[in-house]
Design a binder for this molecule. Sequence first.
Ligand code: ADP
Length: 278
Amino acid sequence: QVIVVGSVNVDLTMRTDSIVAPGATVPGRDFATLQGGKGANQAVAATRAGASTSLVACIGADAYGESARAALRDAHVADDRVRVIGDSPTGMAFIQVADDGENAIVVVAGANAELSPADVDAAFGEVTGEPPVVVLGLETPFATMTHAAREASARGWTVILNPAPARALPSDLLPLIDVLVPNEHEAEALGHSTIDDLLAAGTHAVVVTRGARGARIHTTGEVTDVPAVAVSAIDTTGAGDAFIGALAASVAAGASLVDAVGAAAHAGADATTRIGAR
Ligand code: ADP
């Protein structure tokens, strides 16, 4: 089983000729409302990869939150630990994509900012059966993520951290992480000069995702490249989330890390062949 502690967002996307300048109003087109949020995307991907998956998250008491919950249920993600926050909006991303491919994004964390250590404790306290694989991210409060890492690690559960959006990680967090999964940009932002420093600080493995070049697994004294699956990519949004969800499901099913990364690379490639994060 997999438990994702993370974000739920609804993405409002639109295309424009160019990115809107301050003070200007420009016509937009191809408006779409898409389900997103890294946590929710990863939970859906883990379920698709065969894991019984539960999401610990917060949504607002609004129509976007209802649509997000409905999408989770459609995908068979357990949503009983998705809490409704009365006075916050559901997390929203406003995504402008210009014809030259440039984008500009505003993310309003909304209810995601309310995810608390108590939400984690309630979810972890009711776990029965196989020890879960816990997936954590940084679109929800850092203190909640740290609490979840500590509690999961203390129970001997496997902890996967996707350090996105990118930021530096404090050294005392690193021994609590079994598998750290940054993309290349996030790997640069971790605040440690080399990946060997992360491993020396106690993280068991670092899997750097490298887009169309696949993924690189770093463990102490060993680097293993896992090639990408060749596909005709049309939208790479959410490739990393699909990768992480599938990785968690494979680890939960008992696969070795190399085999799990292989399965994750298939899911990541598959995600690039369709529009949208999911
Ligand atoms: P993110 O979406 O977080 O930026 P990446 O772009 O590194 O993450 O993608 C995650 C994984 O998805 C990669 O490691 C790779 O396995 C797969 N992937 C991403 N882009 C492609 C692509 N164009 N072709 C094949 N696989 C891809």
